[in-house]
Write a protein that binds this ligand. Structure first.
Ligand SMILES: [Zn+2]
Length: 308
């Protein structure tokens, strides 16, 4: 079994771009890359601790893995408080120790897809890391650049709540935005937009992080403020020259937002689901292959396209 797995990984390794030449400097963003890999794996996080990919397999357990940036900016460090070795954690991620300085040159979601790392994770003992927070249930972390992350929570009545955490000067994650405004933040997974643009790939612009996260194998982005406040100038700047297909929420607020987006992105195309659907609903209904086809057709189309 282990041999079969090792063989599969070797084959997959051939699809992953080669390691940077060692003459290239270590990147200070390796920690962010690692955290985005964990996010793309569906790993849960509580405060600054993540579920450990090396030992978090059975029963409820606490988060224990901390990832940080080295003081000299030469890559990332990680530590499992439950006692896993660094190499054990890296092995569970299909990585080598040198990757802490220079992560593979592939976007985290793509890496997770190529290595087939996405899996089910156990529930947390204290979801969200705030057991006193009135029954809020943690759903997901959405990183915005290296220094901010939005946590999506579910209230006991099922309604949604969000909170922000930011990295302070000492590299610690603390509540709030530390004086930044949502409008100041980069786009969601903005680094991927850059990679997609360089590769001539289509980028989906949708109206929530959870939709972006649901579109496996597709470059997707959104912005921090929600459908009511798209940062039009920032979107126009960040998506200039990129093949963009907007997949709006098919409701009144979503379509009003779409109008504003198309005003700022005159060459963007549109893929519209059925009434009531957002990008994630559409993707789930038609499946990944059909979604990719619809996306390609929308990107080539003159006008908008209904996904029926
Ligand atoms: Zn561990």
């Amino acid at each position: 079994m282990a041999d079969a797995e090792a063989h599969t990984r070797t084959t997959l390794d051939q699809q992953i771009p080669r390691q940077r030449a060692t003459s290239e400097p270590p990147t200070p963003f390796a920690d962010q890359w690692l955290m985005q890999v964990l996010t793309a794996m569906g790993c849960r996080r509580s405060g600054r601790k993540w579920q450990c990919p090396a030992h978090a397999h059975t029963e409820a357990h606490s988060t224990s893995l901390v990832i940080g940036r080295r003081d000299d900016d030469r890559g990332a460090w990680l530590h499992c408080h439950a006692g896993c070795s660094v190499t054990a954690v890296l092995r569970a991620l299909g990585l080598r120790p040198s990757h802490l300085q220079r992560p593979p040159r592939v976007s985290p979601p793509r890496y997770v897809q190529l290595k087939a790392l996405r899996r089910e994770w156990p529930q947390l003992k204290h979801p969200g890391g705030h057991p006193g927070a009135g029954g809020y249930r943690h759903e997901a972390w959405h990183p915005y650049g290296p220094d901010h992350a939005k946590q999506r929570l579910r209230r006991p009545d099922g309604s949604k709540a969000i909170r922000w955490e930011s990295r302070n000067r000492r590299g610690e994650w603390v509540p709030g935005l530390l004086g930044a405004r949502e409008a100041d933040l980069p786009l969601y997974r903005q680094d991927e937009v850059g990679m997609a643009a360089a590769a001539g790939e289509t980028v989906v612009l949708c109206e929530s992080e959870s939709s972006c996260d649901a579109l496996h194998g597709v470059y997707a982005t959104t912005w921090a403020g929600g459908a009511g406040s798209p940062p039009l100038e920032k979107l126009a700047r960040a998506l200039k020259g990129v093949d963009v297909v907007v997949v709006p929420d098919h409701d009144d607020a979503g379509l009003a937002c779409l109008d504003r987006l198309l005003g700022a992105l005159p060459t963007a195309k549109v893929l519209l689901g059925r009434p009531g659907e957002d990008a994630r609903d559409l993707y789930v209904r038609v499946g990944p292959d059909r979604f990719t086809e619809l996306l390609a057709a929308a990107a080539d189309a003159e006008g908008s396209r209904q996904a029926d």
